[in-house]
Design a protein around this ligand. Structure first.
Ligand code: HEM
Length: 452
């Protein structure tokens, strides 16, 4: 094992509570304060301890060894209880098989046809806006990503209940996050919050049951994720109905919230940086045909748009805090790690270190201009890494880039008067309170505003 080093403790732990207060009050600031104390830092949440991995190379080490550092830990168990045992939540022992069965739906050759669906959904959603509307940006972005996920992953699914599904996912997602820090006995109390969570979850499972049923009734052998899963379970070696339900829950959950948060943050920052917004407008005016949505073939030319998305993935990584559990006694950079220890990795913490990103709070898409990004692969981890890396990283960035380009070609969005936006870290890092006013763009792209 070499030299054994003691793991430093984060200062400010209170008796009984540990670091629960700063984690609840301002978890992002708390996480960003930790690298000052070491490359691995011990924190306490109530009686539970966790090791926060603060060094990008050590984070890679953890992510690449998914047998030793499996999904798990007391916080993660709450997510597993809520979401079931799908691809994102299953333990190492189930993961290879689940990934093999679902990976086909994310092959590169499928991306152009997925992008076609994305372009259509995005155009329809922003086509419903009128000049001078005040919009709840996150909800509108979630509508785009929910419809896209349903139309690509579960092709042909009726979407009449989409609004209800979005509301239920919101309640569910907040409930899961609250439960991560709630002692188990409190989770069982019949409080209004617990009841709302249970009811939302029950409705979600019911909606997913209907999606599976209608897909099965149609009996088509499509290439979408659900058809692939159903076909796999038909041959007797694949997934059971309960497993398919868990997969659908996992994919809907991961597909709806993450990309929507990225888009909402991008619109927020662009409105506060008119110089960068003007550069985005110049690019989309030159690349996106008037009145049409951005399409897959245009992606290589939407270079600045892509940089904006990468910078948002750095600045506001939707998956901001994730955990692993040590399955055996091991070590990390000479620090002893006991079997059963919880490890935390945080893309947010890595992306906000001034040693890796000068002036880390600044929104600066030009960090990604190709000259300044060399040698930083371990320092940009919005999709995690190793075997559990996001299965839909290309899907997510394609969707975000097409949506941002289509919106920017047609609309200018400004903060609605009196709006105060703050990060709301739940299971995803969302911008809370983001309402914006729409103005149809006329100056440099007249045809776009005519059709908007
Ligand atoms: C920009 C958008 C997205 C971001 C930033 C993101 C981020 C992540 C991260 C950080 C992980 C790894 C979690 C961990 O290490 O514990 C992950 C896993 C996953 N993501 Fe995404 N995601 C995005 C979009 C999507 C979309 C659109 C889908 C589905 C259509 C999706 C489905 C999944 C699934 C199923 C996993 C689990 C993979 C596995 O364990 O094998 N994600 N994502």
């Amino acid at each position: 094992m070499g030299i054994v080093r003691t793991i430093p403790r984060a200062p400010g732990a209170l008796p009984l509570l540990g670091h629960a207060l700063p984690l609840r009050r301002d978890p992002l600031a708390f996480l960003v304060s930790l690298p000052a104390h070491g490359d691995v830092v011990r924190i306490k949440v109530g009686p539970a301890a966790a090791l926060v991995v603060c060094d990008p190379d050590l984070v890679q080490k953890v992510l690449l060894d998914d047998r030793t550092f499996d999904k798990g830990g007391p916080f993660f168990e709450r997510l597993r209880e809520g979401l079931g045992n799908g691809l994102g939540t299953c333990p190492h022992g189930d993961h290879r098989r689940q990934r093999r069965l679902t990976q086909q739906a994310f092959q590169a050759r499928r991306m152009p046809s997925y992008a076609q669906v994305m372009s259509k959904e995005i155009a329809e959603a922003v086509g419903r806006w009128s000049d001078g509307d005040t919009i709840d940006v996150l909800t509108d972005m979630q509508t785009i990503t929910a419809r896209t996920t349903m139309a690509t992953m579960f092709a042909g699914t009726a979407d009449a209940s989409l609004t209800g599904l979005l509301v239920d996912f919101d309640v569910f997602s907040h409930g899961v996050y609250k439960r991560m820090f709630m002692p188990p006995p409190l989770q069982k109390l019949p409080t209004p919050g617990n009841r709302r969570y249970q009811q939302a979850r029950a409705r979600l499972l019911q909606a997913i049951g209907s999606i599976i049923e209608s897909h099965r009734a149609r009996g088509d052998k499509g290439e979408d994720l659900l058809s692939t899963l159903l076909a796999a379970s038909d041959d007797g070696q694949g997934l059971s109905d309960a497993e398919i339900t868990d997969q659908v829950m996992s994919f809907l959950y991961a597909g709806m919230e993450t990309t929507a948060a990225v888009l909402a943050w991008a619109l927020h920052h662009l409105a506060r940086h008119p110089d960068l917004e003007a550069r985005l407008h110049a690019e989309v005016d030159a690349v996106v045909p008037d009145g049409a949505p951005a399409t897959f073939d245009l992606l290589p030319r939407l270079e600045f748009t892509g940089r904006v998305i990468t910078e948002i993935l750095r600045l506001h990584s939707p998956g901001w805090m994730l955990t692993r559990i040590a399955t055996t006694d091991t070590e990390l950079a000479g620090h002893p790690v006991k079997k059963g220890a919880t490890l935390v990795y945080s893309p947010y913490l890595i992306h906000h270190q001034a040693t890796l990103y000068p002036d880390p709070e600044r929104f600066d898409p030009d960090r990604w201009d190709g000259r300044t990004t060399r040698g930083r692969t371990n320092a940009l981890i919005p999709f995690g890494g190793g075997a559990r890396k996001c299965i839909a990283d290309t899907f997510g960035t394609t969707e975000a880039t097409l949506a941002l380009a289509t919106i920017a070609a047609r609309w200018r969005l400004e903060p609605a008067p009196g709006t105060t936006v703050r990060p709301a870290p739940t299971t995803v890092l969302n911008p809370y309170g983001l309402t914006m006013r729409t103005t149809a763009r006329t100056t440099s792209n007249p045809a776009a505003s005519r059709t908007a």
